[in-house]
Design a protein around this ligand. Structure first.
Ligand code: AMP
Ligand code: MG
Length: 347
């Protein structure tokens, strides 16, 4: 597998049309292409073509027990790929009206038209409508839903820019459509809706930009078990090693937990770069990068999160130390990812 990977810009009208047409042409031929979404860049293929979908797994070196999200052009396409249970239909309708297009993925019983490879043989399919207009336009021009996981090698850091996709998949795919930095920078929230009385049950399978607070109007919200060992069951793909840099990463719950070792080089992923938080002066950091300089805003931290991880990972330090973030709103998803990333090297 060795291709010349083209990166096509979209920031002028004729270029945008060319990029969209080229992406649609390749998708029609059963190829995979990297596309921007509002969360992270995705590696896309026609979701109804098992052979095309197989190329996603090949390019990413992703194990086939890890299912893919199916992206629709509009909410009207739900019925094409999923059987909506009547008991949840009204809640689903309300949630879709509120959150789509946007970063909310919903697990629903799958229709046979969706290849088993897409859902890793599971009876459910994960669906969403992205708010990225270029991505949606490509789906509607193609006329088929698109399966797209994040456009990185399996287990590595999700890409939030075209250059990050190139670093991951250069030579493995024909095309990257470049639409600049992703708006949210974190993968979509994944939920399951189950009937309950008097309230529906909403289970957050993967935390993301749509928070428990946002969802609680629609039912009783709970998090899926955080045990990361049973990846083949409720939350496949939520493996401990996900989102991990190659450099060992440690999430410091308290500054006093850190005792630097002689001769080791450390980099700090700081939340807001405030001295009063107690992390800046713990040692002679090789590098300090801040997620949200000064004010500690969680959505800003989310946009920079994977970029900062990726940059610190390139420094060749012995360890990346991460400050904790406030664990509410989008901080829940980032803390979840930091815990998974630090788990990778502690076992
Ligand atoms: P990615 O697109 O790389 O962010 O990963 C998609 C993730 O969505 C998978 O790793 C799973 O955690 C989740 N997912 C997709 N389809 C299903 C499904 N049918 N059932 C449960 N989880 C799913
Ligand atoms: Mg991923």
């Amino acid at each position: 597998m060795s291709y010349v990977t083209a990166v096509l810009p979209t920031d002028q009208p004729p270029l945008l049309h060319q990029a969209v047409d080229e992406a649609v042409r390749l998708l029609r031929e059963g190829e995979v292409v990297a596309l921007p979404t509002e969360t992270v860049y995705g590696l896309a293929a026609n979701a109804l073509d098992a052979e095309a979908v197989a190329k996603i797994f090949e390019a990413k070196e992703r194990p086939t027990f890890d299912p893919l999200i199916v992206h629709l052009a509009s909410k009207e396409q739900i019925d094409l790929v999923a059987d909506v249970p009547p008991e949840i239909a009204l809640t689903l309708k309300k949630m879709v009206e509120r959150f789509w297009p946007g970063p909310l993925t919903i697990l629903l019983p799958k229709k046979p038209i969706v290849p088993d490879l897409v859902t890793a043989g599971l009876p459910t399919v994960a669906v969403r409508v992205s708010s990225n207009a270029i991505f949606r336009r490509i789906i509607s021009d193609l006329g088929k839903p698109i399966a797209a996981p994040s456009a990185n090698r399996f287990g590595s850091i999700s890409p939030t820019s075209a250059s990050a996709v190139l670093a991951e998949l250069n030579g493995r795919i024909h095309l990257i459509v470049d639409a600049g930095a992703c708006m949210f920078g974190l993968e979509s929230t994944i939920i399951k809706i189950e009937p309950g009385s008097p309230k529906m049950f909403i289970t957050i399978v993967r935390p993301g930009p749509i928070t428990a607070e946002d969802l609680k109007v629609y039912g009783k919200v709970r998090y899926a078990s955080r045990t990361v060992v049973d990846e083949a069951s409720a939350a496949p793909g939520q493996l401990a090693s996900h989102y991990a840099p190659k450099t060992p990463l440690r999430l410091l719950e308290r500054p006093s937990d850190f005792i630097p070792e002689e001769g080791k080089r450390y980099a700090l992923m700081s939340y807001r770069g405030e001295e009063k938080d107690g992390y800046l002066n713990l040692c002679e950091w090789e590098e300090v990068m801040m997620l949200s300089p000064g004010n500690g805003k969680l959505p800003e931290a989310a946009v920079r999160f994977f970029y900062v991880l990726r940059t610190l990972d390139m420094l060749g330090v012995d360890e990346i130390i991460a400050e904790p973030l406030h664990e509410h709103g989008m901080g829940v998803a980032m803390m979840d990812k930091l815990r998974r990333a630090s788990g990778r090297h502690s076992s």
